[in-house]
Design a protein around this ligand. Structure first.
Ligand SMILES: Cc1ncc(COP(=O)(O)O)c(C=O)c1O
Length: 436
């Protein structure tokens, strides 16, 4: 009979063969998942409000995705698109170009990970503008490779000790309204944080040498920071006026997470380039840079690419994801889910003093925990404790935020009512315990 692994045995083996740098936020080892549910190797069930960090918007092991993966794997797993191209990648590019914001011709390339998409977006922006400077933001997260890490804001744990960082990156404050870097308040502020880009182009980097601004429409790891309605049109206009490209990093906020296909659509702004990954292929490693045809076409032949990028199995999974969005009306579901959770989070805020802010868009929602609503002292230990308390009761949630005091939710958009209600009830119990 097959020997079933135990969590204890796996933890011990892991400690021997894997380094602590590759850490996990939970101590359970998962064996399977279905929809919004996960099962560990010892048979315990968990409701998943984390979605593998924004990857499982269509749910775990969606039958359509599984069938597409199996079908494609039986036909062809790899040739390298640069050696022998194949249909699923071309079809997927067609689909992605059609759904990406902007009523203009677009093209797309495929790579393996979010960080790699970010790297390529920057390469393409630099190539097409013949400029080098990149403006990124405080609280930004763009990945862990050398350039993506350099664009990322938070030092520990992402950058600490891993320098020197890539040059020509300039960092501007972001629209963190709850902790406004300019000490102003919306709407009286008139979104001065966006206008600040004009000043920044005098004090930090000149328009003549600045290739692009890269920004997450809703900052993910930074704490689901959601700028006011005027923010991105102001930023995009300043970029346009100065021949600077606008890159939207939709890796966490895209694929329906905010109840629109891409979060930047909430601001009616069309990015020049956009990065997509995570929920794009429901867990298969696939990412993309999609953008204006003339910008993408500026790069010389063979200038971008990679061995595995746009692997046929991953592309087939992504095509299945696209169909699921249409067939299951997922954007509408996401909207309803967002309204339901927002209402509950607003009630939590009335119930629990520890919640200083509720924010987000659609079902991309978060609560920021503070020790004191007046001083806004971050309650990062409480955020950690809430994650562990929920896990014990069978709910997976994630902490995030530059100050480590934000709880975010990223459950599948098609989560059932019973699972959603149970998960929210566990969160409420956890918050009650914290508040004792
Ligand atoms: C906004 C954003 N950009 C880039 C990345 C990096 O993606 P990956 O981990 O696939 O390299 C992430 C990952 O969390 C992200 O949230």
């Amino acid at each position: 009979m097959e020997n079933k692994p135990t969590i204890k045995a796996l933890s011990e083996l892991r400690a021997k063969v894997m380094p602590p740098g590759l850490a996990s936020g939970t101590s359970c080892y998962v064996a399977s998942g279905k929809g919004a549910l996960l099962y560990d190797v010892e048979g315990r069930e968990y409701i998943d409000f984390a979605g593998g960090i924004a990857v499982m918007n269509v749910g775990h092991s969606h039958p359509k995705v599984v069938a597409a993966i199996k079908d494609q794997a039986e036909k062809l797993t790899h040739t390298c698109f640069m050696v022998l191209p194949y249909e699923p990648a071309v079809k997927l590019a067609e689909k992605l170009c059609a759904i990406a914001p902007g009523d203009f011709p677009k093209t797309a390339i495929f790579v393996n990970s979010g960080a790699e998409a970010v790297e390529n977006a920057v390469k393409i922006a630099r190539y097409s503008t013949k400029k080098t400077g990149i403006i990124a933001f405080e609280n930004a997260f763009h990945g862990r490779t050398q350039l993506a890490m350099s664009l990322t804001s938070k030092v520990k744990p992402y950058k600490f000790g891993f320098g020197p960082y890539a040059p020509e990156i300039y960092r501007m404050p972001f629209a963190y309204c709850y902790r406004c870097p300019f000490n102003l308040e919306y709407p009286g502020c008139d979104v001065a944080c966006a206008d600040h880009l004009n000043y920044f182009l005098i004090t930090h980097t000149a328009p003549e040498t600045t290739a692009a601004v890269i920004v997450e429409p809703v900052q993910g790891e930074g704490g689901f920071l959601t700028p006011p309605p005027e923010y991105f049109s102001k930023l995009a206009k300043i970029c346009k006026d100065n021949d600077i490209l606008f890159i939207a990093d939709e890796i966490q906020s895209g694929m329906g997470r905010t109840a629109k296909m891409f979060a930047i659509e909430h601001w009616n702004v069309d990015p020049d380039l956009m990065t997509v990954a995570k929920s794009f292929a429901a867990g298969m490693p696939l990412a993309s840079v999609v953008g204006k045809k003339e910008v993408m076409a500026s790069v010389h032949e063979w200038g971008v690419g990679g061995t595995y990028g746009g692997n046929p199995v991953c592309c087939s999974a992504a095509l299945a994801v696209m169909e699921i969005f249409e067939e299951e009306n997922l954007l509408q579901k996401a909207e309803e889910l967002g309204q339901k959770v927002r209402k509950r989070f607003d009630t939590f805020k009335e119930q629990f003093e520890i919640i200083g802010d509720v924010r987000g868009l659609g079902p991309m929602l978060a609560i920021e925990l503070v020790k004191d609503r007046e001083t806004k002292e971050p309650a990062d230990e409480a955020a950690k404790a809430l994650v562990q308390a929920c896990l014990k009761k069978g709910l997976v949630i994630l902490a995030c935020g530059t100050l480590g005091n934000v709880i975010r939710i990223l459950m599948p958009l098609n989560i059932g009512d019973a699972e959603l209600d149970k998960g929210l009830a566990i969160m409420e119990e956890g918050l009650t315990e914290l508040s004792k």
